[in-house]
Design a protein around this ligand. Sequence first.
Ligand code: FAD
Ligand code: SF4
Ligand code: SF4
Length: 468
Amino acid sequence: MAHVILGHCCKDASCVRVCPQNCIHPAPGEDGYASTETLYIDPDSCIDCTACVEACPASAIKPEHSLTLTELPYAARNREYFAQVPAAPRTRPRVAFELPLAGPGDRLEVAIVGSGAAAMYTVRELLQRSSSIRVTVYEQHDTIGGLLRRGVSPDHVGVREMIRLFDVPFGDDRVTIVPETEVGVDISIDELRARFDTVILASGASQPRQIAATGAGDEIRQAIDILVAENCGTLPPSAPAGPGCVVIGAGNVAFDVVRWAARVRDRAPVGEQLRELVILSRSAPEAAAFTPSAFYELLDLADTEVLIDRAGSVPRADADSPLLRALSRLPSTDVGGVPALPAGAGPLRIVLSFGQEVADAAKSERGAVAVTTTAGRTFHANSAICATGFTAKPIDGVPRGPRGVVPNRRGQVISHETGDPLQGLYVVGWAKRGASGGVGDNRICAAETVTQLVADLRSRAPRSASVR
Ligand SMILES: Cc1cc2nc3c(=O)[nH]c(=O)nc-3n(C[C@H](O)[C@H](O)[C@H](O)COP(=O)(O)OP(=O)(O)OC[C@H]3O[C@@H](n4cnc5c(N)ncnc54)[C@H](O)[C@@H]3O)c2cc1C
Ligand code: SF4
Ligand code: SF4
């Protein structure tokens, strides 16, 4: 028996540091870390010491003997990883960082824009390196936590529990939170740069990307609005009514909203419950944006069947990847006209349609909305939900590169035009990398930005003791 990492592991690598056997891989710095969905435990090296269980902020590690039926496949996936990856010498990654941020008597004043996961890991990094640092966190909303509080799906319980990681760093005496203050609106970035030694942008990238739509109006909702409303307990989002709904986009957020639609289906008026939900993926299955665990979560939904559109792109049965082989085994179906079943009670059909890039969404005569794709198909449905990715909201005075990402070198912001560093301005999290990666990815990202900040401070002339 060994311990097993489950699918909601967010790769923050807290477990790697504490494992006495060095049996958790790929670790930060190793090949495959950037692209892996989760880390894995080598069952042949694990001695069941449980150190990793206590270190895991997402409760994503369990002993094999206590796995539930739906968790059992993860034991095989952990084993498979080590069967595929040659046993190259594995080095223990360096996750601790030396050096204090400022000398005795000196004080570094840092402003952080945003209070999501990237800000939290950054604050942790900063506090570890200096007792004389002062951090002020500006947050536009009245609660801290960013997407971890507002966006992550309520059924991702282990991930949502990571909000407890904010307690210690954000409760520290050296940290001040300024809520309901939007940088760029209530206070400018120039004012912050004048007032603080260093400004770190941790403002994320949660503005939904829009699709072309000619007057589809209220029939198209944004996935993020639904998830935020559900998480924040504001207006409960109404369940899709009528037999058919199209979800535009096939990343993990699209799958979050599909599970939501399945959960709330019986909230629709009697006889109007959803029966068919079509997920349109722009890419072919080989380049699908969703992760394997998001797909397996769909298969685990009660009272649903998952199918594949036979007129879309379909993976080969002998594909290398287990995910593609699993997709190829889905029963195929026709889809696109009126939904196959009338509205009402009964199992929900979830149909994956690949190679369908949306060209337009408009009001239709046959249903409420008609979504046309560049492949020349039209999907009719009663409602549509858009989940086509995210970009950052521009902040005046902050450079902006492709996909809204703040141009940077290892976290130091640089001019988009000249590539020169902008003194004292740093970036972390989704604002730095674009909208990809889970909560835990922000830990390594924060370490990189703070390491760069420390290197820059060291290379500057020593400052005089400046207690403000
Ligand atoms: C719908 C959804 C579901 C997800 N589910 C998962 C999951 O299940 N598991 C997982 O590991 N990851 C998940 N993620 C990814 C995860 O949420 C991100 O990795 C993480 O939130 C990025 O952290 P961040 O701090 O960069 O951005 P955010 O969490 O977006 O934090 C940015 C913060 O900055 C604030 N802000 C922005 N602009 C300003 C401004 N001008 N002034 C002041 N404050 C500002 C925002 O209000 C926000 O609080 C999900 C993402 C989304 C969108
Ligand atoms: S149980 Fe112990 S030996 Fe096994 S992976 Fe966790 S920390 Fe490593
Ligand atoms: S969430 Fe972090 S600590 Fe838990 S298993 Fe994944 S990498 Fe390890």
